[in-house]
Design a protein around this ligand. Structure first.
Ligand code: NAD
Length: 308
């Protein structure tokens, strides 16, 4: 039996629950939100939706004990959707306090599966979540720059008139605040992007700006991102269930910097299998170091404000 838990049934959690149900990816789904009526309404709506499906998903709500034998729990709870990426930092303290309440309840159930964190600031909160649950680092990670990398694939694909699937490579660093396009990792139609851009005389800086603006435009436009992020989470869930050994830019533990940071991460049934070292250019390595410092700084600021 495949069992998944979702904590936080806002825009992301609800879109994810719907996608899991209509694709028949999980046999059991545990839905938890701080508001009972939201969880109850989502259960009824998803149960009605199943009348038109050939698959069945058993849905239970508001019961942390049900997480005991879940394979994966997705943390999609937040105090309030940030309306801009800069607001994410302001929400950090509230979200940290929220995770401090959730984590003991998850662990009290006897849960020993994989925790996938969505809550922003993603790298900081993933670090916190591992500390709070004390689960092995292999079993805790965040969505990191996966969605941002999808934005990069789409932007480059549209510019060069190719399928986004023909664009491989990563956005790395700290999701939202200090993320960067690792140009040296990007191939288009198997060619290094440097060759392709050189031929088309395209400007890296202009392209980087368009990539970075893509997610921001969605957030300013409708106030949140849900469909694309739900798809990104489904990709991770299926890689875990099928033990795919898939390489994705996720927020995983970096022993050198002692933080979670978005880096190329190999995913399979146990969770993180290993981090893949990519040869970055000197500038990209510097951007990665800055991202690590930014995450460390936010964690230290959090500790300082937590003191009595
Ligand atoms: N990394 C990414 O690419 C990415 C993309 C989209 C969203 N996000 C992040 O995902 C998180 C969720 O986004 P959203 O748009 O769904 O937010 P939202 O505000 O729509 O939903 C949050 C939900 O969490 C619930 N909640 C709050 N406190 C809770 C608690 N203690 N226990 C259980 N539930 C609780 C709220 O009731 C609400 O339903 C945010 O932190 C957002 O920034 C990350």
């Amino acid at each position: 039996m495949r069992k998944i838990g979702i904590i936080g049934l806002g825009h992301v959690g609800a879109a994810l629950a719907y996608t899991l149900v209509i694709k028949g990816i999980t046999d059991e789904l545990v839905l938890i939100d701080k508001t009972d009526r939201i969880a109850y309404a989502e259960k009824l709506d998803l149960e009605n939706a199943q009348i038109g499906l050939q698959t069945h998903t058993q849905i239970t709500i508001q019961d942390y004990c049900q997480l005991r034998d879940a394979a994966i729990v997705i943390i999609a709870s937040a105090e309030k959707t940030p309306t801009s990426r800069s607001e994410i930092a302001i929400k950090q303290q509230q979200n940290q306090q929220m995770l401090a309440k959730l984590a003991p309840q998850i662990m009290a159930s006897g849960f020993y599966g994989i925790l996938l964190n969505m809550t922003d600031p993603c790298d900081v909160m993933s670090t916190e979540l591992q500390r709070l649950t004390n689960l092995p680092q292999q079993q805790v990670f965040g969505i990191g720059t996966l969605l941002d990398s999808m934005c990069m694939q789409r932007t480059i694909a549209e510019t060069l008139f190719v399928s986004p699937q023909n664009v491989q490579g990563y956005m790395l660093g700290e999701h939202a605040d200090q993320q960067f396009t690792a140009w040296s990792t990007i191939n288009v139609n198997t060619q290094p992007i440097a060759n392709v851009l050189g031929r088309c005389k395209l400007d890296y800086q202009a392209l980087e700006t368009t990539i970075q603006q893509r997610a921001e435009q969605i957030i300013t436009g409708k106030g949140y991102i849900n469909y694309s992020v739900a798809t990104a989470i489904i990709l991770v869930i299926q890689a875990i269930f099928s033990d795919a050994h898939l390489l994705l830019p996720l927020s995983s533990w970096d022993p050198l910097h002692q933080v979670y940071i978005s880096q190329p991460t190999l995913i399979g049934r146990p969770g993180v299998l290993r981090i893949i070292d990519v040869a970055l250019t000197a500038n990209e390595q510097q951007a990665f170091e800055q991202a690590a410092s930014s995450i460390q700084h936010k964690l230290m600021a959090e500790k300082a404000t937590a003191l009595p």
